[in-house]
Design a protein around this ligand. Sequence first.
Ligand code: N01
Length: 542
Amino acid sequence: ETDYVTDKISEQGAQQLDVVVVGAGFAGLYLVHKLRSLGYDVLGLEAAADVGGTWYWNRYPGARCDVESLQYSYSFSEELQQEWRWSERFAPQPEILAYLGHVADRFDLRRSFLFNTRVASARYEESANLWSIATEAGKCFSARFCIMATGNLSVGRIPEFAGLQDFAGEIYHTGNWPHEGVDFTGKRVGVVGTGSSAVQSIPPIAQQAEHLYVFQRTPHFSVPARNGPIEDQYDSEWKRNYPAQRAKARSTRSGVLYDYGTKSALEVDAGEHAVELGRRWEKGGTNFLYAYNDTLRSEASNQISADFVRERIGEIVIDPTVADKLMPKDYPIGTKRICVDTDFYATFNRPNVTLVDVRPSPITGFDQTSLKTADASYQLDAVVFATGFDAMTGALLKMDIVGRNGHSLRDKWAEGPKTYLGLAIAGFPNMFIVTGPGSPSVLSNVVIAIEQHVEWIVDCIEKMEHEGIATIEAEESAQQEWVDHVNDVACQTLYYQANSWFLGANVPGKPRIFMPYVGGFDTYVAKCDDVVRNGYAGFIKT
Ligand code: N01
């Protein structure tokens, strides 16, 4: 523990903090930096041993970002964005973690964090107007503001498979990968799942393992990354125009400088589809999904992009039966988060890789040596669960968060998350969440979304200080209107047609609510700015 943190602990009871920030990922680091530089007494609490958030935990082979590095990075410091040199178009996990380590060093942030510290509860003490935050180890802090920077994909999930405790082989989850790495040489490995984490980790695991079994319940659409080194010229071009590029990105619907098509796929003929989609396929990355302006709204338009990917799968995968199993057919492209891969489909041409379709014959459980499906048994030395996360609400509901009148967040959100702007919750005064449900978050460049939230929250705290406001709290009615709006815009899309984690569909019993805001990052920012311009419309200030 650093001196700074030790001071905070010893001051317990004598002096409370201004702000407690939970999490040391992209959001927590920027919050601490910004609040501290404005003179606030801020303490960060982080479960991991160091900074990094999602990039601290997800160390599986092949882990990398699928937003281009030059865009998936902080824009708040021109010096920082000028001095950091990304090596690849899509940065590998160790490089993003090193970047966040560099940010922590450069702004001397670690001294404000207590690591290896998991928050168990946060309780609003109404009489004192303070948040009381307790850790699992029994430390307690009190602060005027509590900010949850706990991430949207930070609570990993292994489904409850019968007999897993009896399995004698190695067990991994992609989201909690051993720091020392794993050597699969000579081993029979099973990967369960075929989402983004699986699509990235399957090719490198296949290269190492003696045999790899991929257990697929639903095929996902994946487009090639076409990753490669960033040439000096590209780097310097970006850096010469960095502020302008960032401003342009912020004015888009996803916070990323994609090549946004302005026509419907239905306005152009098949020849043009082939050219345009082919160009994007060759260029690589999720830019593919933005060829037409109605891909996520019109089934007919969507089918054109989906057919294109299915045809490519058919070309890459040699065995037609395997190719057919890998082709998603029962949901529109983009309604489950699109994957970006390097050699994912080609990996199924390897003689040491077997695709097991567990849709007709589900995984029934494990015994000491094997994974069992309804009609077969697979002997494994190791199993990798790429089975995803309790997304968006998982980290918040894992803590016991209690607001006004002793009401718990778990009760308030029993039927699904309700927030005002994904930033604040009625009944939880002076608590903010960064990129919470109801904000564009996971549907946008999350680093840019984080910066916008951090700046909005810090500006709000500053204004409260200057105007002598003691509490700010979302109004129930404004929150309900926002929740309805988030739902309305989602209903105008095809998103409800897939069982995705956006809808909580991957967690049994989770309410089926479309959680992120799909109305566009640009629209959302304008709404947040309007709220401020109108004196924090929709908030109660006392
Ligand atoms: O998790 P997922 P993820 N039996 O939930 C399967 C981000 N991310 O870790 O589709 C059999 O997408 C499940 O099957 P189904 C990105 O936003 C980004 O891969 O539910 N299978 C699915 O195939 C991403 O979307 C990057 O039928 C079971 C898989 O497990 C998000 O994180 C990289 C099962 C889970 O897929 C989550 O991705 C990695 C069962 N009982 C992650 N239960 C990049 O930036 C679940 N599955 C590139």
